[in-house]
Each structure stands twice: as C-alpha cells, then as structure tokens.
Design a protein. Structure first.
Length: 626
C-alpha cells in the first residue's frame, strides 16, 4: 500500500481554502454593492412628497402583525435570507402607529372616508383589535364612513371589518370564523426516537408549559385550563361582532354539521352563505367597489379613487424626531414584549438586565413622575423576572407610581414583573395568571451511547463537573433530581410570597388561584390578581393621576440603538417595502409549511432561550392562540 504524497494533500486543502476565500469575497462584495445601490436609490429615486387630495379616502392597508414593540431584526441576515428565497419573519406594525393614523384622519378635513384593506393583516390579539376598533368608532362618530372589501376575511380581519359601515365581499370570496384554539406541537416520541431523556421539575397542577416535551397529547388538566380562557375570548368576540352587525351571538356557526347545512342551503357558495348570515352587506367585484368609491371621493389620474395609503399617511402625521420638552413632567412608558431572558436583550425580547436598565433610567430622570410598564409576555426566566421586579419596587420606593398595563399576554414571568406595581391594569381579554414554576433539562447519555460515545473520568467530589454540563452527557442522578425539585418548590414559594405581599393575599389564597392556572383579565379581576380593567390609555391616565399630574408628556423609554443600527434598519426596511429586494411568492401549501416551520422554530428558539442561572422558569408555552 503506497503512502500518500504530502504535497498533493497540501495542494488539495490549499485549493479548498482558496475556493472558500474566493466565495467569501464574492458574497461580501455582492452584499456591499447591494447596500450601495439601495442607498443610492433611496437618495436619488426621489419619492415625491405625499399628496392628499382635497376629497380622499384613507386606505388602511395593514401589512403584517400588530405589535406593541417591533422586534430587533439584523438587516444583513434578513437581506441575504430573503434574496436567497429563505423564509423571513412576518412584517410587524406598531399598534401606536395605527392608532395615531386613525386619530389624525378623524380630524383631517381632506379625509372623507376610510377603506379597510385587511388582506395583509397578520396576527393581532383581541385587545389590540379592540384598541383599533375604539378609534374606528371615533372616526365614524365624526360623520365619516368606513368601507371594507375583501376576497377572504379571517377571524382577526373580520373583527375589524365588522366596524365598517359597509362590508363588501368578493362574489367568489369567503368569511371564516372558526373560534379560538390552542394546538401546540408535542415532541415526546420524537425525543424518544433520538434517545433524548427529558427531566421535568414543576409545581402546579395546571403548569403545562413542559407538556410538549414529555407527552404526545395535551393532558386533561391542560385542556380544561385552556378551554376556560379560550371560551372567554370567544364569548367576547361573538358578543362584540354580533352587536355591531345586528344579529344574535347564537348565530355563529360552531359545528361542522351546521356549517354543512348552511352551505348546502346556498348550493356550496361560501360568499352567498356569508351574505345570508348577515356577515357582509353586499357582494361586489373590485371594479364595482372602485366605482363606488370614485362616486364618493372622486377619481385620480390612475383611474381609481382618490386615496392615501397607511404608510404614506403615517409619514405625514408621525415626525421622525419628536420634541421632548425638558420642562414638562413625564409619564414614562416602558414596553416589555417577548420572552423574559437573563442578561441583555434586543427589542422583541425582555432581557432582565436591559429592561431593569430602562426602569432605572426612569427612576433617575427627575422629570419622570410615574411609569407605565406595558407587558406583552408569556414569561421566561424566574431570575430575570425577579431582577425586573426589584427595579419596579425601587421606582415605588423613590416615590414614583408604577402602573402595570397588561396587553395580550402577561402570564407566568409576565405576571411576576407586574405583581410589584402600584396598580395592575388588564384588558378583559388579557391572558394572565399561570403562577407556577418549572425546570426542564434534556440529557443525551442514551444518544451518545448509541453513537459509541462515552464520557467518563474522576473528580474530587460528587459535585465535580456539574456546572460544566456533565449531567448533559451522563444524565441526572437520583439525588440531583431531588435537588432540582427542591429548588423548584422554593421558587414556587417565592412566587407565591411575591404575589401575596403585593396583592394583600395570604399564601393559601394565592395558591388557590395559582397552580399554573391561566385566566382572562375579567376573571383575574374577580380573583384579585388585577386591580382594574382598561386600555393602555387608561393606564397612562391612572399613572398621571397617581402622580398628581394634570399637564404632562408621555415619554417612551426603549432599547437604545446606535446611529448606524438606526440608519441600516430604516434603510433596509424601506428597501424591502419598496420591493427593491427579490420577493418570493407563497402558495397555500407553502404558507401551511411556513406556519409549521415557524412553530418548530418558535418552540426550539424558546427552548434555547432558557438561560436562567438556576434553571427556574415561569413561562406559559400554552398561552398561544390559533
């Protein structure tokens, strides 16, 4: 057997390295050229100043998910991913932007009507839809009409559509109101096939956050808990829509047999069924709707009705730099959206240290007299939640009232950071509670054994190697499991004590409504877990009243970005919106696959973000709605 020539080996690997450097150079140069081109286009393309005709309709064409705070997105990775046809995260729209646009349009004499284009609306919790609806009602109260037309209305889309004076549906369209559900994925059998051992430590009969990793189906307790708050949401949805549309809540179709019967009566025509049920006012084509709007607000040079879109109108009403009057007292608003993790985190995730730093900025600002902590979170790290909670208490100790304002979800760790507040406000449809603690640990000793990999050695004590992850390779010993369970039970007692201290309840009283149970805001009020039901604006007014303020500004304290980060995000966000980057279309099949992969990615990103120093988590994985 001849020996291999070392020179051939060196040339072979040298060629691979040279090829890698050439490939890397091509990619980086291409990216640089793309950046320069986008920058030049943004500077010299000269988007004309937005003009609003004297008689015009505001087209509220919302494209994306409605959120309290936009997540931080790395623009470079997003561009490369989208350019190569990869799946990108859904676009996001700030709720505050939507509300401000409608408020300005209500007072704008040039805006004679509004058209709701809801075809691009993604996820939006019921409390956010209600907040938008409140402003739509004000728009109509000013004497202006709202119209909407679509080929398809999903549940969230139709909730907003029901505020319109006229709902138009395409003759080949449909309205699908399916109710609320919670259908997480379960991984027990998959983990067993991979020989991954799952170790769970928890307190609370209803603490079901770990079920997807230890079961293949939802437990009866979790189903009971989920149905409790899901039925609350559905009841609110039906009652509000039925009142606006002028029919009884009992008219909603809730069984397959009833759906088939109603559809059969219309000879299989979904659009006619929606019309017969009173969900829509008329069936119209795009051309017919366009002509109707032209007759109301006039025709422009593009042979369509005079209108201004949401983004264009937003550019007119929202200044890029808001003037912060240094002489005026402030109510500071800090948004806590996303999973709670230890350390610092970008927007869209709640870092224990970074969120505590924002609260500290409010405490050290002499002009800030009160704080509203706006929470939209299912929880996360218990340690990070405690760090944030301590800063809330420090604010109160400094004489500054703190109002916790719950958005769509303020459960588990989300409730932990709300508990120390001066007052807790929630929406009737807020998902909250889930007061419980769990620990989750996966070990791969069986996987390694199947691959022929073994870990062995010696240590000076039985604890040696524990902090460096030895149990991950060798599994947990019985006494180690006892230690973890004891830590979980202590964490649960700390959670109960925190709630009891700040809510004026005994440990026994808290325990009765704890055990990981989830409530809507209206039931949380009955059980003493929240003080008032109301909107975000109500919470701001309550904070000002607590501080004795009659003349004040609202100051947003958020994640601080460098000037370069702000420029790049603004630049590439605009490029994507203008269609300068390649866009990949999606078929219904691809949309279904995308949703499945998004769920998988969400669950495993959540798992990877479990970084609590003691491995204690107050998190509500089941607080997801389909």
């Amino acid at each position: 057997m001849s020996a291999t020539n070392p020179g051939i080996v060196r040339r072979f690997f040298g060629g691979i390295w040279h090829g890698y450097k050439v490939f890397r150079s091509i990619i980086l140069n291409t990216l640089f050229i793309l950046i320069v081109l986008i920058l030049l286009i943004s500077i010299f393309s000269g988007k004309d100043k937005v003009q609003v005709p004297a008689t015009s309709a505001l087209v509220l064409n919302l494209q994306g998910d409605i959120v309290e705070e936009k997540r931080f997105v790395d623009p470079f990775s997003t561009i490369v991913n989208e350019s190569l046809g990869g799946q990108s995260d859904p676009a996001e729209i700030l709720l505050s932007d939507v509300l401000q646009v409608i408020q300005h349009a209500t007072k704008d004499d040039r805006i004679h009507a509004m058209v709701l284009d809801l075809s691009g609306l993604g996820r939006a919790s019921l409390d956010k839809l209600q907040a938008i609806g409140k402003e739509l009602e004000q728009f109509k109260a000013s004497g202006k009409h709202i119209y909407t037309r679509g080929a398809y209305f999903g549940q969230g889309q139709y909730f907003l559509a029901s505020y319109a004076n006229e709902v138009h549906l395409d003759p080949m369209g449909a309205v699908l109101l399916e109710g609320y559900g919670s259908y997480p994925m379960f991984y027990k059998s998959a983990l067993e096939k991979l020989k991954v051992n799952t170790h769970v430590f928890r307190v609370g009969t209803y603490k079901s956050a770990v079920e997807p990793f230890i079961r293949d189906t939802m437990s009866d307790e979790a189903k009971q808990d989920a149905l409790f708050w899901l039925n609350d949401l559905w009841h609110n949805y039906k009652a509000e829509v039925a009142e606006r549309r002028g029919f009884e809540p009992a008219s909603f179709i809730e069984t397959r047999d009833t759906f088939f019967e109603k559809l059969q009566q219309q000879d299989g025509d979904l659009a006619s069924m929606a019309l017969a049920l009173g969900l829509v006012d008329t069936l119209s084509t795009q051309q017919e709707f366009r002509q109707k709007m032209i007759s109301l607000v006039g025709e422009n040079d593009n042979q369509t009705y005079n209108h201004v879109t949401f983004d264009d109108y937003l550019s007119l009403v929202v200044p890029r730099q808001s003037f912060d009057n240094p002489l005026t007292d402030k109510v500071a608003v800090i948004v806590a959206r996303g999973m709670i993790v230890d350390g610092n985190a970008k927007a869209g995730t709640i870092g224990g240290d970074s969120t505590a730093a924002m609260l500290r900025r409010a405490r050290n600002d002499d002009k800030v007299k009160a704080v509203v902590l706006r929470i939209d979170s299912g929880g996360g790290s218990a340690f990070a939640s405690e760090i944030i909670g301590r800063e809330v208490m420090a604010l109160r100790a400094a004489g500054k009232p703190v109002i916790a304002s719950m958005g769509a979800v303020a459960a588990s760790g989300g409730y932990w950071i709300a508990a120390p507040a001066t007052e807790i406000w929630a929406s009737p449809t807020t998902i909250t509670g889930s007061i419980g603690i769990f620990g989750l640990f996966h070990s791969l000793e069986d996987s390694f054994h199947a691959l022929g990999i073994n870990v062995d050695g010696v240590g000076t004590t039985e604890l040696a190697g524990f902090s460096s992850g030895l149990p991950f390779y060798k599994g947990l010993q019985p006494r180690e499991k006892d230690i973890f369970q004891l830590l979980i039970e202590r964490g649960y007692k700390d959670f109960l004590s925190l709630v009891g201290e700040h809510r004026g309840m005994s440990l026994e009283e808290v325990d009765k409504v704890a055990q990981g149970r989830v409530f809507t805001g209206q039931h949380a009020l009955q059980y003493g877990l929240v003080d008032k039901l109301g909107s975000f604006d109500d919470a701001i007014a309550a904070a000002a009243e607590r501080a004795g303020l009659s003349n004040y500004d609202v100051k947003i304290i958020g994640h601080e970005l460098s000037p370069f980060e702000q420029m790049v995000i603004e630049l590439f966000g605009g490029a994507a919106n203008q269609g300068w980057l390649p866009q990949i279309g999606t078929s219904p099949e691809r949309q279904a696959i995308n949703r499945m992969t998004q769920q998988l990615r969400h669950d495993f990103v959540t798992l990877s973000n479990f970084n609590d120093p003691q491995g204690l988590y107050a998190f509500c994985l089941m607080c997801q709605i389909d």
